[in-house]
Write a protein that binds this ligand. Structure first.
Ligand SMILES: Cc1cc2nc3c(=O)[nH]c(=O)nc-3n(C[C@H](O)[C@H](O)[C@H](O)COP(=O)(O)O)c2cc1C
Length: 339
């Protein structure tokens, strides 16, 4: 029986890379009876190891860690467009007093080292987004005692994730904040919401499914469970929680009365992500589908935007329910969601 079938509250605190999912946030969600998650994406293996030790110090409850699955890029096809994009954003970088980041066409997220780290430190749960680890990696993690959660954004991806041996499926709908976990980043993610995806996937499900995307109220949780989900994964609902590592500018942007629209955009990183619309999403909607290279180019600009309080150049990841995000302790939010 998987953890999500035995947990006290059927709420996963979404892994949120980029500094949001602090060990404090993960521990607070787990202590409230949900499943707290660390985000390993963008972090070095050493930082991830330190986070795992830290969260273990903070809570005795189960928690997990999430990895980005790398995908090789077609450099020959994409490089001219990436170079063109870098040229286009050079003026934005100058305006922010920084420079466009350097692109790397190799795995800079240390996948192999992180796979090994998970096997060695064996957190109770390991989840993946952006693709599937090979079945042999899944078996290594299971052999170490980890429960494996793989993300899918379509029925075809859900079927493939089960074939790879996942214990739990994370079914992510279009309402989700942050990156869509679509396995092939060059295709447009299916425009299906989490309930539609769950309904379509149900006849093919052999493992419990956790649904993600736009879940911010107890009613959303009830509907998901009634539709057959084993639980929900919430990101936006805990973005403003006291323990969240969201920057000050991010918090201001989420509450801005001038920003009222949400878009799905590749403008910041080259991968489709749910974000609050701003000057950058309007100007660079045609950014090339080249994650993580576009992400690397824009990173210094986004860091400077966060430091300078520039809401028009910051990536303000947000799910469809972003207006309902609350500034409270994460444990209170989890308890309220679960009813
Ligand atoms: C700021 C932010 C960062 C995210 N980073 C990750 C990540 O590192 N790994 C991952 O699997 N999902 C990530 N997600 C997506 C969440 O796992 C989840 O699918 C999403 O938050 C659900 O939609 P909601 O934000 O409307 O609750 C991120 C979401 C946000 C808002």
């Amino acid at each position: 029986m998987s953890l999500v079938e035995t947990w006290e509250r059927p709420v996963v605190g979404a892994p949120m890379a980029g500094g949001v999912s602090s060990p404090l946030l993960a521990a607070a969600v787990s202590d409230a009876g949900g499943l707290g998650m660390l985000a390993a994406g963008y972090r070095t293996p050493e930082q991830v190891a330190a986070d795992l030790v830290h969260v273990r110090d903070l809570t005795d409850r189960p928690f997990g860690v999430n990895l980005f699955v790398p995908r090789p890029l077609d450099r020959a096809a994409l490089e001219p467009r990436v170079d063109d994009f870098a040229g286009r954003i050079a003026g934005e970088a100058a305006a922010l007093g920084t420079e466009v980041g350097l692109p790397s066409w190799h795995d800079t997220d240390h996948w192999e080292a992180k796979v090994h780290l998970v096997e060695t430190l064996a957190p109770p749960v390991v989840s993946c987004t952006f693709g599937l680890p090979g079945a042999s990696v899944v078996q290594r993690w299971k052999g170490a005692g980890c429960e494996v959660h793989l993300t899918a954004t379509s029925v075809a991806e859900a079927v493939a994730a089960q074939a790879a041996g996942t214990d739990v499926l994370v079914l992510q709908g279009r309402e989700a904040g942050g990156h869509r976990g679509t396995h092939d980043p060059s295709v447009e993610p299916e425009p299906v919401d989490h309930l539609g995806l769950l309904e379509a996937a149900l006849p093919r499900l052999g493992v419990p499914a956790v649904v993600a995307g736009g879940v911010t109220t107890p009613g959303d949780v009830r509907r998901a469970l009634a539709a057959g989900a084993a639980g929900v994964q919430v990101g936006t609902a805990i973005l403003l929680a006291h323990e969240s590592g969201a920057s000050r500018t991010y918090r201001v942007a989420l509450r801005s009365q001038h920003h009222t629209e949400r878009v799905l955009t590749r403008a910041f990183t080259g991968r489709v992500a749910g974000a609050v619309a701003n000057g950058w999403t309007r100007e660079y909607a045609d950014a090339p589908a080249a994650f993580p290279v576009v992400d690397q180019l824009t990173k210094p600009l986004r860091r400077a935007a966060a430091e300078q309080g520039d809401l028009e150049r910051l990536h303000v990841w947000a799910g469809s329910g972003w207006r309902a995000a609350q500034e409270r302790p994460a444990g209170e939010i989890v308890r309220e969601l679960a009813g």
